[in-house]
Design a protein around this ligand. Sequence first.
Ligand code: URA
Length: 199
Amino acid sequence: MTETAASLQEKWHQLEKSCQQCQRCSLARSRTQVVFGSGCLQSRIMFVGEAPGFNEDRKGIPFCGQAGAILDQLLSSINLDRSQVYITNVIKCRPPGNRDPEPEELAACQVYLYQQLELLKPEVIACLGRFSLRTILEYFGLPASVSISRVHGQVFSPEGDLFRQGKIVALYHPAVATYQPAALATLKKDFAVLSELLL
Ligand code: URA
């Protein structure tokens, strides 16, 4: 392992440890465990979902339920698997009953996602759903009040030198395909856009 990779791993470990002990919002009282993220720290791409659900809260792994099975299918459609990407969420603890995250929860938790981005510096940030997209656009100082149904499949390019000219891709949340099967075709099309960015 190179020195840089070792120091990244150490910083990552410290961040994960502080996140695991987080008490910044009331979700700390209802969670089974923090779901920090999983995958390859050297990946060029980071997927950012919304928040852990029932299965993720139990297992501590992001996207390990029904939405995760769809995400796996979508990754496979562009010849990728989980070992080649990093996957996390905007919110690291499960909102009770899988409700939408509250503004104060989003505000309290964003520090972890932003530090994950600073450490990993992904070339492509794949935003799964509106909460993710808005949080990431805000981070880069881009107008964030966008509608995912209007912008899915679009690539946003933050100005300046941030993240080796990184790109942001807007995607529907994979869970949409569980109650709206036609959305799977749209998701596959948008994943193909994402795949082009990795060429
Ligand atoms: N939905 C998300 O946004 N994230 C998960 O980890 C699981 C379901």
